[in-house]
Design a protein around this ligand. Structure first.
Ligand code: DOR
Length: 433
């Protein structure tokens, strides 16, 4: 099938493109990006019969987004999310590739689980799914998982996300494997002794609310440790969900020392809201690491601006409504993020933190590079993963309309302006009002 997306503002940092162009797609691949000038020249020779034309005037045309950090919950927690519902929600959010975390039941710590996920994704997924294998068996931190076998089965990275690897020797060995396999270790940085019992950011507000706090240092001591271990091993380290000013400073200084194999991500909730969102004991604002102070959020934005933070990922963590309705202390941590990620991140462009091109780099091109896939680009020959975004109409976030089973968002009722109106994923065109 031939498709042409006409007159949109095409943003593709992989080719240095930012301008009004026509994007031609043929047989599921990008054929070419034609600028206004070259369009003028070739128009009369074209035969458009059999071509689906999409008018994207006044809209942005971007490579489909690549999300390094998603909890799809299948196998085992299908009441929270499934591969089908999670990938459908991703596509609604303009995301065409998701990397799924291994904290399922059973844990993705062996090739049978990896193969199960890939098979399910092939038959039911609305977008591409790239599994992340566990670093340790059962994510217990006691014994390394069979990383090479899981890599052969299709894992693109390794992580015990949801839990840190507390044993530094274990982490050292895992990094040595990551160097050999040339895949990143995605580190959930949390010192469990420092965070024990904590449910929100430690500060005046946690004291006022009578909730146990988690100090920023619970994250930062592990960021420092993992950077030291990456230095020792030459392994590839990707730091997940960066939430604090101190972590940004540590990563910045590692990069300044030339540690090119250290990369980092943050999530929209760490630069869009602060601990204040916990306000009335709203468990939809309970997430791990916790929402931090205004100063931390500003430092995260600075880190995105100056390139310290490479990637914006969702850490999409859907939970059942009933689980979030209980007492704050006992509610599970996590935010359903796939359907608000682009709208929230686009605010960074309005604020001058990132350019459109910079945003696409963080949400598509860099994450692809980190896991070594040829996505996040509109280069001729690449998979036709595309999202068309309307930035001209404001809309209200309504969790009831999420396609994800997880309605747990602290952004309900927010007004956003960047809305994906068309996503092309796996050769299918999804269009919304
Ligand atoms: O808030 C979180 N939820 N942080 C994590 O690290 C894990 C995740 C989950 O699996 O729910």
């Amino acid at each position: 099938m031939k498709v042409v997306i006409k007159n949109g503002r095409v943003i593709d940092p992989s080719q240095g493109i930012d301008g009004v162009c026509d994007l031609a797609i043929e047989d599921g691949k990008i054929k070419e990006v034609k600028s206004e000038k070259s369009r003028g020249k070739s128009q009369k020779h074209e035969n458009n019969r059999g071509t689906k034309e999409i008018d994207a005037s006044g809209k942005l045309v971007l490579p489909g987004l690549v999300d390094l950090h998603v909890h799809l919950r299948e196998p085992g927690y299908e009441y929270k999310e499934t591969i089908r519902t999670g990938t459908t929600a991703a596509v609604r959010g303009g995301i065409t590739s998701v990397c799924c975390m291994p904290n399922t039941n059973p844990v993705n710590d062996n090739s049978s689980v990896t193969e199960f996920i890939l098979k399910k994704a092939a038959s039911e997924g609305a977008c591409r799914v790239f599994p992340i294998g566990a670093i340790t068996k059962g994510q217990k931190g006691e014994e390394l998982a069979e990383m090479s076998i899981m890599y052969e089965a299709g894992c693109v990275a390794f992580s015990d996300d949801g839990r840190p690897v507390m044993d530094s020797l274990m982490m050292r060995r895992a990094m040595e494997y990551s160097r050999i396999l040339k895949v990143p270790l995605i580190s959930h940085c949390e010192d469990l002794a420092l965070s024990a019992g904590g449910v929100m950011h430690e500060g005046l507000l946690s004291v006022t609310l009578g909730l146990k706090g988690i100090p920023p240092q619970a994250e930062e001591v592990m960021v420092a440790r993992d950077i030291a271990l990456a230095e020792l091993t030459g392994g590839r380290l990707h730091i997940a969900h960066v939430s604090t000013e101190g972590s940004v400073a540590l990563i910045r200084s590692a990069k300044k020392r030339g540690m090119a194999d250290v990369t980092a991500e943050t999530c929209p909730h760490y630069f869009s809201i602060t601990e204040e969102a916990v306000g009335n004991y709203d468990a939809n604002a309970k997430v791990n690491p916790p929402l931090r102070s205004r100063k931390d959020a500003e430092a995260i934005k600075q880190g995105l601006h100056d390139g310290t933070i490479d990637v914006i990922a969702t850490d999409h963590a859907p939970h059942h409504r009933d689980e979030k309705l209980g007492e704050f202390d006992f509610a599970p941590s996590g935010i359903s993020g796939l359907e608000t990620s682009l709208g929230l991140s686009m605010r960074l462009v309005d604020e001058g933190v990132l350019t459109y091109s910079g945003l696409v780099e963080k949400m598509a091109l860099k994450p692809s590079g980190i896991i070594g896939i040829d996505r996040g680009t509109l280069r001729p020959g690449a998979e036709a993963d595309v999202v068309v975004v309307d930035c001209s109409r404001e809309y209200r976030v309504d969790a009831g309309e999420f396609l994800s089973k997880g309605k747990n968002t602290p952004f309900g009722g927010w007004t956003l302006s960047a809305k994906p109106v068309l996503t092309i994923s796996l050769g299918r065109i999804h269009e919304w009002e």
